[in-house]
Design a protein around this ligand. Structure first.
Ligand SMILES: NC(=O)C1=CN([C@@H]2O[C@H](COP(=O)(O)OP(=O)(O)OC[C@H]3O[C@@H](n4cnc5c(N)ncnc54)[C@H](OP(=O)(O)O)[C@@H]3O)[C@@H](O)[C@H]2O)C=CC1
Ligand SMILES: Nc1c(N[C@@H]2O[C@H](COP(=O)(O)O)[C@@H](O)[C@H]2O)[nH]c(=O)[nH]c1=O
Length: 359
C-alpha cells in the first residue's frame, strides 16, 4: 500500500505533469517526484516536449545521489523502450531506485511493460495510485494509445432538412460566421483536419485554422486528403504552404473492402504521425465510410435554420438498411451559436434504440 507521503507526492506529480500540457503532445504529460526513505522530496521532474528528457529522468537528475534507495512516484508507468531518449526503466535501475509508485499503466505496445521489467530487476512496484486524477490529466493521449489510433471527431454543417450542399453542389455557406468561428476553435484543438477528395474537388477548401479576418493561426493541424488515386489537383488550396498536408492514397495505404483508401490503415497512419485527435470535415461519402468502419468517436453537427429540399445529405451511405440498424448517439451538448444550433454526440452500440437504452 502506498503511504501518505507517496499519495501526496503523486498529487504533486499530477500537478507537475500539467506543466507540459501545452508542449508535450504527441507525447503524454508525465510528472515525477523522488522521495527519500524518510518521505522527503529530493527531486522533481516533468516531461516538457518530445525529444526532451522524460519526467523520471528529469527528477532523477534533480535528485542526484539521493536517488539511491529512494522511491520514484510517477504519473505514468515508466517506459521500457528506447525512443528519442533511453528507457526510463534503465535510468531508474541505474540510479538505484528501490521502489516505484505509478498511477496509470502505459497502454502502448512499444513502451508498456515497464512495471514488469522493474519487478524482475528487484524493484518494489505499485500501480494505480491516484489513477483517476492522473488519467484525467492525460485523457487525450491515453485514449489514442488504447485505441492505437486518434480519437476521430466528425463535424458537419447542415440545414434543418439535413442537407450539406445545394442541388448544384454549392455549400458556402450553410452556417453563420459565428458557427464557422466555432469550427475554427475545433480545428485549433486537433492535430489533423481530414477531408475526402470529393470535398477538395467541390469546395477547394483550405482546412486551416484562421481568425475571423482570415489570419492563419501560428499552430496549424496537419491537413489530410483521403484520395484513393491521387486526384487532388496541383494548385489546390489544401496544398498551399500555410500548413503541412498529407495526401493519403491507396498506393501508400492500400485499399479497404470497398475499393477506396483503407481507412484502418489511414487511422494508424495518422497515429504514426503523432495525431492524437483528428477532425473529419466531410464530406458525406467519407463520413459514411468512416462510420461503417467504426472510426467515428464523436459527432459535432452545426444545424442552420435553413431549408434546401434538394442536394446532398449530411451523411451518405453508412451501411444502414433498416431502422433497427440505425446508429444511435448519446447527446452530450446542445447550444445555440449565433442563429445556428450546435449538437455534440457520441455513438452508442449499433441498433440500441433510445427507449431501450433508457430502460
Ligand atoms: N456542409 C458540410 O459540412 C460539408 C459539405 N460538403 C459538400 O459535400 C460535397 C462533396 O461530397 P463527397 O463527394 O461525398 O465528398 P467526400 O469528401 O466525402 O469525398 C468522397 C471521396 O473520398 C474518396 N475516398 C477515399 N477513400 C475513401 C473511403 N475509404 N471511403 C469513401 N470515400 C473515400 C473517394 O474518392 P476516391 O476513391 O477517388 O479517392 C470518394 O469519392 C460537396 O458538395 C461539398 O460542398 C463537404 C464537406 C462538408
Ligand atoms: N459549408 C460549410 C462547411 N463546410 C466545410 O468547410 C470546408 C471549407 O473550409 P475552409 O476553406 O478552410 O473555410 C468545406 O470544404 C467543408 O468541409 N463548414 C461549415 O462550418 N459551415 C458551412 O456552411
Amino acid at each position: 500500500m502506498a503511504g501518505q507521503a507517496e499519495v501526496e507526492a503523486m498529487r504533486r506529480a499530477v500537478q507537475l505533469a500539467q506543466r507540459g500540457a501545452a508542449t508535450a503532445s504527441p507525447n503524454p504529460v508525465v510528472g515525477c517526484v523522488v522521495l527519500d526513505p524518510d518521505g522527503r522530496t529530493v527531486g522533481e521532474g516533468w516531461h516538457e516536449r518530445p525529444g526532451g528528457p522524460h519526467a523520471e529522468v528529469a527528477a532523477l537528475r534533480a535528485a542526484g545521489a539521493a536517488a539511491r534507495g529512494a522511491t520514484a512516484v510517477v504519473t505514468l508507468e515508466p517506459c521500457r523502450h528506447t525512443g528519442r531518449t533511453g528507457p526510463c526503466t534503465r535510468a531508474l535501475l541505474e540510479a538505484g531506485i528501490a521502489r516505484v509508485v505509478y498511477a496509470v499503466a502505459d497502454p502502448s505496445a512499444v513502451a508498456g511493460g515497464g512495471a514488469e521489467q522493474l519487478r524482475a530487476a528487484g524493484v518494489a512496484v505499485e500501480g494505480g495510485v491516484l489513477a483517476e486524477e492522473a488519467e484525467a490529466g492525460n485523457a487525450r493521449w491515453l485514449t489514442a494509445a488504447r485505441l492505437g489510433r486518434p480519437q476521430i471527431v466528425w463535424k458537419y454543417a447542415a440545414t434543418l432538412d439535413g442537407r450539406s450542399a445545394a442541388a448544384d453542389g454549392t455549400s458556402r455557406w450553410i452556417t453563420s460566421p459565428q458557427a464557422r468561428a466555432d469550427v475554427h476553435a475545433l480545428r485549433a484543438d486537433v492535430d489533423a483536419v481530414v477531408a475526402g477528395v470529393g470535398t477538395v474537388l467541390a469546395d477547394d477548401p483550405q482546412l486551416t485554422v484562421r481568425a475571423p479576418d482570415g489570419t492563419p493561426a501560428a499552430r496549424q493541424p496537419l491537413r489530410v486528403v483521403v484520395d484513393t488515386a491521387g486526384r487532388t489537383p496541383t494548385g489546390s488550396c489544401v496544398l498551399d504552404d500555410t500548413a503541412p498536408t498529407w495526401v493519403a492514397t491507396a498506393a501508400e495505404l492500400g485499399v479497404g473492402p470497398d475499393g477506396h483508401v483503407d481507412l484502418q490503415a489511414l487511422a494508424r497512419g495518422l497515429y504514426a504521425r503523432g495525431v492524437l485527435r483528428a477532425l473529419v470535415e466531410g464530406g458525406p461519402t467519407l463520413a459514411g465510410a468512416l462510420l461503417r468502419a467504426g472510426l467515428v468517436d464523436r459527432v459535432v453537427g452545426y444545424v442552420a435554420p435553413a431549408l434546401l429540399g434538394a442536394g446532398a445529405p449530411a451523411l451518405a451511405e453508412a451501411g444502414v438498411a433498416t431502422i433497427a440498424d440505425a446508429y444511435r448517439l448519446e447527446l452530450l451538448d446542445v447550444r445555440r451559436v449565433g442563429p445556428d444550433v450546435r449538437l455534440e454526440a457520441v455513438p452508442r452500440a449499433r441498433g440500441a434504440r433510445q427507449d431501450e437504452a433508457e430502460e
